[in-house]
Write a protein that binds this ligand. Structure first.
Ligand code: HEC
Ligand code: HEC
Length: 481
């Protein structure tokens, strides 16, 4: 049984047969009854079930009602919503690092304070010029705004480049694209290969927590965000917190002995607490889920429907951060898939890291398990358009091209063996208009336009926030110290 495409309804005229509020229990039961009746009818005509379901119902329901119906089969709107950033008890957290307002306040400042950038390889040139936020800033959706983020050795803020005269070998750059540091509360394990976090999918990976490497920080037993924030300070050459922060550490850790109260572990726990509050909870999709149906335009709504249905994106991108498979929303365990995206490489010759030795084996590079090779962690999907570099290698620069890539289901990286590719990575048969709609959902529906609310305007150190050098001061008018 195959329905004529004009009946699919996603782009057709949509009749408003129901009252405008789509959130009434009454409507839900009507939809459920209709769905039940239809399922019977479909069973009778043998096959094509889910397509047929979309067809008939969509012709009589508004876009809002159709999304509501798609969600009701996927845990309902509540399973996709983020809490408010100050509702600390409602934010998923590590029981070993309970969220407090004092930790969040401290972490917010440390994360942005260029005065923490003191453990550089070329500290005579770089001391006090960078912070975590140099590669993860609010204006870029907590990404770097570059294919390859630059910490130590960078110059400037929004047009960050390698500082002239800085030895390239000593730059703090990584051979993968900087992912967003937002919505991390919904993942137990971090990095593209998931190596950070003692629990979740890493329970059986102890043998890989090699002493003397950042992975050894898993021994402390924290979740991924805490582990990364502790290990990441050493990786990114962040020094001890300046003395001016001591009263804030006292307020955050009154019960911790003073011998440990100001150390990198406590700094990391505060940074992780702050990172958990970084949520794109003012994105139109989140507002729509909260009942504000006018928050998204019709194209984004059609895109949301495709995302949840025909395009099958939600089979990997579910939950509030759109980063979990449906069966892992409760555990917050990430999943890893090979989708054939290219590694970083060095196509323009301008990157500090040239070819990484060999292919990036992703999860397999960490676990050593052959079946994990070329598989990367499913990322969150908010504010991607704020930093136009996509995939673990930053190989794509246009969101629509990413959607078209999923639609084509053809790997761009010939090194990835076909047997490793995710079975769901196959041609989707979306029309050009459907690709447009899906892109609109990603671009505007999932973009929180007010992320700079998470950024401090001034710092106790008196330095410029994020990065601090002559170029930054010129760009921002920050007087510095
Ligand atoms: C040189 C730029 C740079 C700096 C500076 C930097 N990061 Fe990152 N960050 C990256 C890159 C690149 C990755 C991805 C690494 C990987 O997956 O192998 C990353 C990954 C992360 C992740 C994991 C996100 C995810 O979804 O898996 C978090 C969280 C994070 N960084 C927080 C921090 C914190 C906290 C600091 C300061 C202590 C920091 N970063 C400093 C570039 C940077
Ligand atoms: C089989 C699981 C799976 C499915 C299905 C899937 N994705 Fe993904 N998605 C991933 C993984 C894993 C990555 C990261 C791959 C990489 O970088 O190597 C990713 C990356 C992305 C990115 C780039 C994000 C970034 O930060 O670079 C976008 C955008 C995206 N997916 C959107 C979609 C859309 C839209 C659909 C539906 C058409 C979809 N995905 C279907 C697993 C999936």
């Amino acid at each position: 049984m195959s329905a004529p495409s004009s009946f699919r309804g996603l782009h057709g005229p949509v009749a408003t047969a129901e009252p405008s509020s789509s959130f009434t229990p009454a409507l839900r039961s009507v939809a459920a009854a209709l769905a039940g009746a239809l399922a019977l009818a479909v069973a009778g005509c043998g096959g094509g079930g889910s397509d047929a379901l979309t067809v008939d119902l969509s012709s009589s329901l508004t876009l809002d009602q159709q999304i509501e119906r798609a969600l009701s089969a996927k845990g309902g709107a509540a399973a996709w919503r983020m809490p408010a950033s100050d509702a600390l008890a409602a934010i998923p957290q590590d029981p070993r690092n309970p969220l407090t307002a004092e930790k969040v306040a401290l972490g917010r400042l440390l994360y942005h304070d260029s005065a923490t950038g003191t453990a550089g390889k070329q500290s005579a040139l770089s001391s006090g010029t960078y912070s975590c936020a140099s590669c993860h800033h609010a204006s870029f959706g907590f990404q770097a705004g570059l294919r390859q983020g630059i910490g130590e050795g960078g110059w400037g803020l929004l047009q960050r480049v390698a500082r002239s005269g800085f030895p390239m070998a000593d730059l703090d750059v990584q051979p993968v694209r900087t992912p967003s540091d937002m919505n991390g509360a919904w993942q137990q394990n971090l990095l593209w290969n998931g190596q950070f976090g003692a629990g979740g999918v890493n329970l059986d990976t102890r043998a890989q927590w090699t002493p003397g490497t950042p992975k050894a920080v898993n021994q402390l037993g924290y979740e991924g965000l805490e582990t990364q924030a502790i290990a990441g300070q050493a990786v990114h050459r962040i020094g001890a917190a300046p003395a001016v922060y001591r009263p804030m550490f006292d307020a955050a850790y009154p019960d911790v002995d003073v011998s440990m109260r100001y150390d990198a572990e406590r700094a990391g726990l505060a940074i992780a607490a702050y990172e958990r509050t970084l949520m794109a909870n003012r994105a139109p999709w989140q507002r729509w889920l909260a009942g504000e149906t006018a928050a998204m335009n019709d194209a984004a709504k059609r895109g949301a429907l495709l995302f949840l249905g025909k395009a099958n994106c939600a089979s990997c991108h579910s939950g509030p951060a759109l980063n979990l498979t449906p069966d892992n929303v409760a555990t917050r365990n990430p999943s890893f898939f090979a989708l054939g995206f290219k590694d970083m490489g060095n196509p323009t010759g301008t990157l500090a890291v040239a070819e990484v030795a060999g292919a990036n084996l992703g999860r397999g590079g960490f676990t050593g398990v052959a079946a994990d090779r070329y598989k990367f962690k499913t990322p969150q999907l908010y504010n991607l358009s704020d930093s136009p570099f996509f995939g673990h290698g930053g190989s794509m620069t246009d969101l629509r091209a990413v959607v078209a890539y999923f639609n084509a289901g053809m790997p761009e990286n010939p090194e990835v063996p076909a047997a490793q590719l995710a079975p769901a990575f196959k041609p989707l048969g979306l029309s050009a208009a459907e690709i447009d709609d899906l892109t609109e959902f990603l671009k505007t529906g999932l973009r929180d336009p007010e992320l700079t609310r998470y950024q401090p305007a001034t710092l106790p150190s008196g330095q410029c926030a994020i990065s601090d050098d002559a170029q930054v001061r010129q760009e921002t008018g920050c007087p510095g110290k």
